[in-house]
Design a protein around this ligand. Structure first.
Ligand code: GLN
Length: 494
C-alpha cells in the first residue's frame, strides 16, 4: 500500500493529521479515493463522480495546507454526497428515472458549507429512489452491496453513503434521514451515523421527501468525525424556514470521555425479545454494561405510543411525499415523455414512466390519506398521534438525559429478502422513526458483530442536545474496539 492509500484507510482525524504533517498532499489523497471508488465499483455505492473538478479543488487545498492556512478540519478531505443533496453544475437524480438529465443550478446549504470548509466533494452516492426505502435496492443504478457481505443489503435509503464510508472510499459522507435513512444503514454497515435535531441542519437543496421529518446528517468512522462534520454543516440558514436560530456549539468540547452520573433511559417497549435478533440484544446489553461501568446510570422509561409509530410515520410521510413529488411533472425538472397528445398526457406519461413502483405506492397512499373524505380519519389522526409520541419523549426526558436502544431489530438482511413485502421493509424502521416524528437527534454507532455482521447502538437526545449523545457515543468508543472492526472488503485498512 502506498502512503496515500494507507492515509485513506484511516478515519477523518488520521487523514487530517497526515495532510497537516505533509505525509501526502490532498491531491494524492483525493486521487487515492477516486482509485478506490473504481476498485470497489461493484459495491454500486457511488453513482456519479467529478474527478477533474475534485482534483483541481484538492490542488487548491494542498496549497493552503502547505502554507499552513487550512480552512478547517475538513480542508482537503474527500467526501461524498447522497444523490438527493444538490451541487451546482452536477446531476442530482435521487436514483430516479424522472430526474434523468437534471443538473442543479445551485448548491445546497450543506454543499456550500462543505466547500467553504475546503472539503473536496468527489461524487454522489446510491440511494433508494427519492429516499423511500430501507435497502438501497430500489434505485435506477442497481442495488448497492454491503461491504461486510456482498449478498446483503447495506440498508437505506442512504445505503451508498454508509457503504462508501465502511469500505474506506471516503472518511465522510452525507445522507438524509426521514425515518431512519442515516441510522439504519450506518448500523448495517458498521459505521457511525448522526441524524441531527429537526431544524439543526438546513434542508435548502435537499430534494424534499417529507418536509416535516427530513434532516441531513453525516456518516463517519468515529463519533468525533460526525461531530466535526455537524459543526461545519449545521446552524441557522435563512433559506430554510424551519431552520433553528440557535448557534452551533463546539461539539468537540463535549467529547471528554466522561459519562459519570448521566442518566440513560431504556424504553421498556423497545427491549422486547419478539422480532428482535438475539445477537442484536446481546451486543446492546454488553454496551449497557460498558457504559454502566463508566459511571452512567440506567433507568427504565416508557414510551407508551411506540406501537403506533410505524403507522403514524407512513401516514405523515406519504402525505407529505405526495404533495412534494407533485412538482415532478415532466415540465420543470429532468425527464419528459415524448410524443404526447396533450398536457394531461404529458404529466401522466412522464410520471408513469419516471417513477418506480415504491414511489408510486407512496404517492397513491399519500393522496388517499389527504383526500377530502379521509383526511380527518387518517392524516388528521396521524398528526394527533404524532403529538402523543412527542409527549412520550418529553415525559421520558424528565427521568433521563438520553435514551439508548438498538438501532435496528436485526442485522443486514440478504438482498431481495424484503423486496416483495413492503410491510416487512417498513418494519425495519421500528426503532428509528420515532426520533423523526418527535424531531430528536439520534446517533447510531457500531457496538460489535452478530454472526459476522455489524450491530448498531442508537442514542437519542433531547432536542438540540447532540452534544450529550455524541459525548456518550465517544465515551463508548474510548472503552471499546468495535469502531476498529473493518469489513472484509476493506481488510488491511485501519
Ligand atoms: N425507510 C423509511 C422509508 O422508507 C425511511 C426513509 C428515510 O429515512 N428517508 O420511508
Amino acid at each position: 500500500m502506498g502512503a496515500a492509500e494507507s492515509l485513506l484507510a484511516g478515519g477523518l482525524s488520521e487523514q487530517r493529521e497526515g495532510l497537516d504533517r505533509g505525509d501526502v498532499d490532498a491531491v494524492a489523497l483525493v486521487r487515492a479515493s477516486l482509485a478506490r471508488i473504481d476498485a470497489l465499483a461493484p459495491l454500486t455505492a457511488v453513482v456519479a463522480r467529478r474527478d477533474e473538478a475534485a482534483l483541481a479543488e484538492a490542488g487548491a487545498a494542498a496549497t493552503r495546507i502547505a502554507e499552513g492556512r487550512p480552512r478547517s478540519a475538513l480542508d482537503g478531505i474527500p467526501v461524498l454526497l447522497k444523490d438527493n443533496i444538490v451541487q451546482a453544475g452536477e446531476p442530482a437524480t435521487c436514483a430516479s428515472r424522472i430526474l434523468e438529465g437534471y443538473v442543479s443550478p445551485f448548491d445546497a446549504t450543506v454543499t456550500e458549507r462543505l466547500r467553504e470548509a475546503g472539503a473536496v466533494i468527489v461524487g454522489r452516492t446510491n440511494m433508494d429512489e427519492f429516499a423511500m426505502g430501507s435497502s438501497t435496492e430500489r434505485t435506477v443504478y442497481g442495488e448497492a452491496h454491503n461491504p461486510w457481505d456482498a449478498t446483503r443489503a447495506c440498508g437505506g435509503s442512504s445505503g451508498g453513503s454508509a457503504a462508501a464510508v465502511a469500505a474506506g472510499l471516503v472518511p465522510l459522507a452525507l445522507g438524509s434521514d426521514t425515518g431512519g435513512s442515516i441510522r439504519q444503514p450506518a448500523s448495517f454497515c458498521g459505521v457511525v451515523g448522526l441524524k441531527p435535531t429537526y431544524g439543526r441542519v438546513s434542508r435548502w437543496g435537499l430534494v424534499a421527501f417529507a418536509s416535516s421529518l427530513d434532516q441531513i446528517g453525516p456518516f463517519g468512522r468515529r463519533v468525533a468525525d460526525c461531530a466535526v462534520a455537524l459543526e461545519v454543516i449545521g446552524g441557522h440558514d435563512a433559506r430554510d424556514s424551519t431552520s433553528l436560530p440557535q448557534a452551533m456549539p463546539r461539539l468537540r468540547d463535549a467529547l471528554d470521555g466522561n459519562v459519570e452520573g448521566l442518566r440513560i433511559g431504556l424504553p421498556r417497549e423497545y427491549f422486547v425479545t419478539e422480532g428482535v435478533d438475539p445477537g442484536v440484544l446481546a451486543r446492546v446489553r454488553e454496551a449497557i454494561a460498558v457504559l454502566e461501568s463508566a459511571g452512567a446510570r440506567f433507568v427504565e422509561v416508557s414510551l407508551p405510543h411506540t406501537a403506533h409509530t410505524i403507522a403514524t410515520y407512513y401516514l405523515v410521510a406519504t402525505a407529505e411525499a405526495s404533495s412534494n413529488l407533485a412538482r415532478f411533472d415532466g415540465v420543470r425538472y429532468g425527464r419528459r415523455a415524448e410524443q404526447v397528445a396533450d398536457l394531461a398526457d404529458l404529466y401522466q406519461r412522464s410520471r408513469s414512466e419516471g417513477f418506480g413502483p415504491e414511489v408510486k405506492r407512496r404517492i397513491l397512499l399519500g393522496t388517499y390519506v389527504l383526500s377530502a373524505g379521509y383526511y380527518d380519519a387518517y392524516y388528521g389522526k396521524a398528526q394527533r398521534v404524532r403529538t402523543l409520541i412527542r409527549r412520550d419523549f418529553d415525559r421520558a426526558f424528565d427521568a433521563c438525559d438520553l435514551i439508548l436502544t438498538p438501532t435496528t431489530p436485526e442485522t443486514a438482511f440478504p438482498l431481495g429478502a424484503k423486496s416483495a413485502d413492503p410491510i416487512s421493509m417498513y418494519l425495519s424502521d421500528v426503532y428509528t422513526v420515532s426520533a423523526n416524528l418527535a424531531g430528536l437527534p439520534g446517533l447510531s454507532l457500531p457496538c460489535g458483530l452478530s454472526e459476522g455482521l455489524p450491530v448498531g447502538l442508537q442514542l437519542l437526545g433531547r432536542p438540540l442536545d447532540e452534544a450529550t449523545i455524541l459525548r456518550v457515543g465517544d465515551a463508548f468508543e474510548r472503552r471499546t474496539q468495535h469502531h476498529l472492526a473493518r469489513p472484509p472488503v476493506a481488510e488491511g485498512a485501519r
